[in-house]
Design a protein. Structure first.
Lengths: 114, 111
């Protein structure tokens, strides 16, 4: 069974640009969640999608958005990039929601904003 | 909101010595507990989990953790560490359809 796949693995963007990251969950998983990992803030929850609906959202500005498609694949978008958005963005999937279910992580997308 | 505390940010330990990585959380109401491990430049891998049943859970590589409801803790232990155990370890709590992570503990095994 293939794991969670994230693309691209590495990317460099300039301040003010936007970026779209993609995530393919484990087959059969309907929940996809996104996390930002930085040395200073650790792992922070961005949002969760289940069956194409955003069910939970963390404490991030509106520049961070996401969506989920009917095949459960998900994308997250960050607009008007800031230097502080440089981070490892992790996607995770689970069969059910975030409570009572194991979530499985992808390798992450390393975003550097210059 | 739930909070997860990993008191030790860095834990150095000699090879073959025992280790305990501590994790405490703020509420014991319907929580599900996890330990994840992150090796350099990789994503998080599930190490072990407590969903229900026996409070002592084990991983395939010798780690174990015990759910202690009265102390709201889920400490991770290994009786004898190996060089390959060097990594970042994250405690996580799933509750109320949210997922909360601790700040991580960097375990360094010294030869």
């Amino acid at each position: 069974k293939a794991g969670v796949t994230q693309t691209p693995r590495y990317l460099i963007k300039t301040r003010g640009q936007q970026v779209t990251l993609s995530c393919s969950p484990i087959s059969g998983h309907r929940s996809v969640s996104w996390y930002q990992q930085t040395p200073g803030q650790g792992l922070q929850f961005l949002f969760e999608y289940f069956s194409e609906t955003q069910r939970n959202k963390g404490n991030f500005p509106g520049r961070f958005s996401g969506r989920q498609f009917s095949n459960s694949r998900s994308e997250m978008n960050v607009s008007t990039l800031e230097l502080g958005d440089s981070a490892l963005y992790l996607c995770a999937s689970s069969f059910g929601g975030l409570s009572g279910n194991t979530i499985y992580f992808g390798e992450g997308s390393w975003l550097t904003v210059v | 909101a739930q909070s997860v505390t990993q008191l030790d940010s860095q834990v150095p330990v000699f090879e073959e010595a025992p280790v305990e990585l501590r994790c405490n959380y703020s509420s014991s109401v319907s929580v599900y507990l996890f330990w994840y491990v992150q090796y350099p430049n990789q994503g998080l891998q599930l190490l072990l989990k407590y969903l229900s049943g026996s409070t002592l859970v084990e991983s395939i590589n010798g780690f174990e953790a015990e759910f202690n409801k009265s102390q709201t803790s889920f400490h991770l232990r290994k009786p004898s560490v190996h060089i390959s155990d060097t990594a970042e370890y994250f405690c996580a709590v799933g509750t109320g359809n949210q997922f909360y992570f601790g700040t991580g503990t960097s375990l360094t095994v010294i030869p």
